[in-house]
Design a protein around this ligand. Structure first.
Ligand SMILES: NC(=O)c1ccc[n+]([C@@H]2O[C@H](COP(=O)([O-])OP(=O)(O)OC[C@H]3O[C@@H](n4cnc5c(N)ncnc54)[C@H](O)[C@@H]3O)[C@@H](O)[C@H]2O)c1
Length: 318
């Protein structure tokens, strides 16, 4: 019998998989404070993980732990070095969430280009007739979008952009020209040049030491004034202070953020009051369909791992 810790609730359909299998018993852990995790995790053979942090202080107490199954695809909340040194496997829900994230990008892109929030406010405050040409709005047709990172989400997003007849540039040093061209994009090698011509920028790379603060004030200043930047990847890839400055000083037009340097975002963060940024609470994957798929895939990966049936694309190479 394997003991599974569900760290933070997941969709009931995922839990059902465990209930229906005689080889597993599970416990849901709601209190994700370090003290509680140190106390409760040592008894588990495997755990599922949403956004709670698993650092080495917690993990060193988990002598039985063989596997962590992430509810998602990012894993910057886990101490990878510790996992590697201690042969703990890390799984991701590789095929569960790309569509929802790509749709969220399109929603932000359209919402900001069309001034939806501002128009909504004007209608509600009786300014229906005054609204004509008061707000700067844009079409997507023939506009240049730069996609940074061409993995699962980038590849789904490009189809949506092409559907709107946008011209798509892709910057991803690890993906070859043919793959990008077969999807209808153009591979760019020079990031600075690509940033200087883009009308839209969408970020889809991991947060790591190479990508932290990748978009800083210097890069923002090199962009067109009408650019709209969307970040649904990870907070910290764009420097938030620099972004706020760039928005306030008309260096760029607008931004949509689903992810933040610190989550939840602090209410004193100036972006909270900045009307040029559209915010969402790391909710790109909260659609009904995606939540269910992720819950099921998180648990199925664990079951497959213990039954030696794990699909290769679900395992992170550490
Ligand atoms: N907002 C959300 O809820 C949400 C949901 C899913 C994923 N994400 C985040 O979205 C990002 C992308 O997810 P994915 O599933 O497409 O990942 P992926 O691993 O499939 O793709 C990431 C791509 O980034 C590229 N890359 C790595 N370093 C790069 C660099 N320095 N410059 C350019 N490209 C680089 C890789 O080659 C890869 O093709 C991740 O950061 C992930 O954590 C967020």
């Amino acid at each position: 019998m394997y003991r599974i810790g569900i760290i933070e609730k997941i969709h009931e359909s995922g839990i059902e998989l465990l209930k229906n299998s005689k080889n597993f018993e599970h416990e849901i852990i709601e209190d994700v404070s370090q003290d509680n995790l140190i106390k409760v995790l040592p008894k588990f053979d495997g755990v599922t993980l949403r956004v709670a942090k698993l650092n080495s202080v917690i993990l060193k107490n988990c002598k039985k732990l063989q596997v962590i199954s992430r509810h998602g695809v990012g894993y910057d909340n886990v101490d990878l070095k510790y996992l590697k040194e201690n042969n703990i496997k890390l799984l991701i829900t590789a095929t569960a969430n790309a569509v929802s994230v790509a749709e969220h990008v399109m929603y932000m892109l359209l919402s900001l280009s069309k001034g939806i929030n501002k128009y909504d406010q004007m209608v509600r405050s009786g300014e229906f007739r005054k609204a004509a040409n008061k707000i700067e709005t844009f079409e997507l047709l023939n506009k240049e979008i730069l996609i940074l990172g061409f993995g699962r989400i980038g590849k789904i997003l490009i189809k949506r952009c092409i559907g709107f007849e946008m011209n798509v540039n892709v910057y991803d040093p690890f993906v070859n020209k043919k793959t990008i061209e077969d999807c209808g994009g153009k591979k760019v090698e020079d990031l600075n040049l690509a940033l200087s011509t883009a009308d839209f920028l969408s970020i889809h790379m991991p947060l790591n030491k190479n990508t932290k603060n990748l978009i800083d004030l210097n890069k923002l200043k090199s962009m067109k004034n009408n650019i709209i930047i969307i970040n649904t990847a990870r907070g910290g890839i764009i420097n938030e202070k620099d972004l706020d400055y760039a928005l306030n000083n008309k260096i760029i037009f607008g931004a949509g953020l689903d992810v933040f340097e610190k989550e939840p975002i602090e209410m004193v963060n100036p972006l909270i009051k900045n009307k040029k940024v559209l915010l969402s609470p790391h909710s790109a994957t909260f659609t009904k369909e995606c939540t269910m798929r992720m819950g099921i895939q998180t648990v199925q990966n664990l079951i497959d791992f213990f039954e030696n049936k794990l699909k290769k694309n679900m395992l992170v190479k550490l």
